[in-house]
Write a protein that binds this ligand. Structure first.
Ligand code: TXA
Ligand code: MG
Length: 346
């Protein structure tokens, strides 16, 4: 199959209506289209068409037990997809939709079980990217879409990375420019007594708490699941976001970091402005600025591969604000390998 790449915007920055129409008609016909969103690129199919959804799993090499997010363009689109809209969902939608927030709600029988990998719930999000919104409206259907990478590799934040993974597997990629947020949406479940974050992302835990009050953070966000444990969010259990390099996160000051890596043959994943300390460095955003780190992280992980990096030592992000999402992705890319330099044993 030949993969076409079409710009989602015209040179005057208006929506490329012809490209949107083409993408919409492919989706209506049960085909896959890679689409830009503000978080990362998605690999979309008609969420109400079981056969189209099955093509997503095949194209990505995605495990069948990892459920997909359904993307909508209006709040009204939510009602037919779920059996109940709790008050908390209405408040979150008012505050953060459209935007990088995914809510887990009880699934309506209208949504094929394959979308949710057989779970009784469904994940819903309303992206704010104008091309994504225009496409959902033009197609007139909700779009099931995971990140548009091959299963296990970092989520793509531009059309070139999508093409690298999906060339020959899908008919069309809509190029809407680089994704602004750079990490995936926050996944919060509203099924259960207290809202719980299953995956931190573009909306911070602090922002959720400002609207809902009490919000829990699932154990799997920061820690490796124990063997045999059941993941609330199945995506959390897979090796994810992983470049080929062997990454170790070093927690501690820049000074201790420099002492630790001195004389080691390694590539350093550090913050902007720190690269002069090292012979080989790739940067991921500014220190103390989780949003800038998120915007760069997946690109930086792909750059490590492009440079053929084998051993990587990474500076550790802070865990508040967007830093939590950055840490959650980086610790998985590192296979949970972290050394605490403040620990006197080291
Ligand atoms: O920003 C994003 O969320 C991007 C863009 C394309 O929208 N999408 C994305 O999809 O990251 P994906 O498939 O790579 O990640 C979806 C996550 C997985 O961790 C999955 O396990 C979880 O959401 N998930 C989906 N449905 C769920 C459900 N019903 N219950 C619990 N977790 C669910
Ligand atoms: Mg993904």
């Amino acid at each position: 199959m030949k993969t076409e790449v079409l710009p989602a915007f015209l040179p005057d920055h208006s929506i490329n209506e012809a490209a949107i129409r083409k993408a919409a008609s492919l989706l209506q016909g049960g085909e896959l289209v890679a689409i830009p969103t503000e978080t990362v690129y998605g690999l979309a199919a008609n969420a109400l068409d079981e056969a189209a959804v099955a093509k997503i799993f095949a194209a990505k090499g995605r495990p069948q037990d990892n459920p997909l997010i359904v993307h909508i363009a209006e709040f009204e689109d939510l009602e037919p997809l779920v059996t109940e809209i709790p008050e908390a969902a209405k408040r979150l939608a008012k505050a953060f939709w459209p935007g990088p927030l995914t809510m887990i709600l009880p699934r309506s029988p209208r949504v094929p079980a394959g979308v949710s990998a057989g779970l009784s719930t469904v994940a819903i999000r309303m992206p704010i990217h104008p091309a994504a919104a225009a496409l959902i409206r033009a197609a007139g259907i909700p779009l099931a879409a995971p990140s548009a990478n091959l299963s296990g590799s970092p989520s793509p934040t531009n059309a070139a990375y999508v093409l690298a993974d999906m060339d020959g597997r899908i008919p069309l990629i809509l190029d809407g420019g680089p994704s602004k947020v750079g990490v995936e949406s926050t996944v919060v479940t509203l099924v259960g007594s207290v809202p719980r974050v299953l995956r931190p992302g573009g909306i911070t835990v602090e922002q959720l708490r400002s609207v809902l009050g009490e919000v829990e953070v699932d154990d799997a966000v920061l820690h490796k699941l124990k063997d045999g444990a059941v993941a609330a969010s199945p995506g959390m259990k897979y090796k994810h976001y992983a470049p080929r390099a062997d990454i170790t996160i070093l927690k501690g000051t820049l000074e201790r970091f420099c002492d630790y890596v001195a004389g080691k043959d390694a590539t350093i994943l550090c913050f902007q402005g720190e690269e002069s300390h090292f012979a080989h460095a790739v940067t991921y955003g500014k220190a103390h600025d989780g949003a800038s780190q998120a915007a760069r992280l997946f690109d930086a992980l792909r750059e490590l591969d492009e440079q053929g990096a084998k051993t990587v030592y990474a500076r550790c992000p802070e865990l508040d604000g967007m830093g939590l999402a950055v840490y959650n992705r980086l610790i998985r890319a590192a296979g949970f390998h972290l050394v605490d330099l403040d620990d006197t044993e080291n």
